[in-house]
Design a protein around this ligand. Sequence first.
Ligand SMILES: O=C[C@H](O)COP(=O)(O)O
Length: 214
Amino acid sequence: MFILVNLKAYPCDPIAVAKAAKEVADESGVRIAVSPQASQISAVADTGVETWAQHVSPNQYGSFTGSTLAEAAADAGAVGTLINHSENRRKLADIDASVRAAERADLETCVCANNPRQTAAAAALGPDSVAVEPPELIGGDVSVASGDPDIVTDAVAAAQEVDESVDVYCGAGVSTGEDVTAAQELGAEGILLASGVAKADDPKEALEDLVSDL
Ligand SMILES: O=C[C@H](O)COP(=O)(O)O
């Protein structure tokens, strides 16, 4: 299982979370990545943890004020990027172009989707992975794996029908090792989570719990 920790715009210490994630990844052997704000990519990558951008813009180099250039994210130390999100909704054409921009910069890609239909559409764009997250469970206490298990199994089936090489992750409300293994049993190959780590009093303890049954 891959554990991808999205720090969103939470007021946490990204370096402390990154160091904790690096330690837990090294101790457990589980792949863990941290996705900070764009301005923190370099500092987070310097901790040695696998670092992802939260989004990259669809444009190339040029006159694109305010964009997050994929090449700049890669130069700062990112090795992957989320694209689209329930909290950062993008047009299909722009999601497609962002996947292509990320590929040009050699960034691994994970396109977020709200449901199995969008998961299939996202898989058709050829990212490395898609992450299905029911918006109503994001940031809550109920894990997608127990609150809406069918959305995970249906998303896995939908993506496989389009492109078997695209991994399916799931997220929303995941905060314990039990949640992670439940998602794994539903067919998810990774977890996208945020508040369970970013808002934890002790991020390392939270991460240790997440990987405890893997
Ligand atoms: O990108 C992460 C997801 O939106 C999940 O957030 P959450 O773990 O706080 O529910």
